[in-house]
Design a protein around this ligand. Sequence first.
Ligand code: HEM
Length: 126
Amino acid sequence: MKNKFLLFTLTTLLYATNMVAGNISDTIVSTKHNQQLTIGDLAEIQPGLGSIMREFGHRFYIAYYAAKAKNWELAKYQIDELLEAQEIAEITRPKYAKQLKSFEDNSIKKLLSTIEAPNLNPKCNF
Ligand code: HEM
């Protein structure tokens, strides 16, 4: 959620800057270490699917063992965070957005409802 808000604020600011400055990717911003970067540089370093998939794998693995230990809170946290990472991937790699959303709707949501109601799902045997 925080990520989304930050992205929205940045995008709004950038559009406003662009109206005055011209090509948005050439707009220069300063980091807290006073390094000058262009918006193009920042776009270039956003995580692609490769990095996000590594996060997927890591979080899924933790969620699996958390569920095995019946630590539902941790399992849910990992899957929620995985979905946050997915939202970033939908923005940075829009060509995969449809498949990612379908994975969320058809698989992850079912998994989450099982995790959220472990006592109601005695057949859940990870
Ligand atoms: C829990 C589910 C998933 C897990 C654990 C997973 C895991 C992984 C891993 C470990 C990699 C290799 C990353 C690397 O080291 O470079 C990978 C690559 C990839 N995955 Fe997934 N994945 C999952 C779901 C999906 C879904 C739903 C999509 C649909 C778009 C997808 C698309 C891809 C693509 C396109 C790559 C190649 C990325 C690249 O190197 O550019 N994956 N995945």
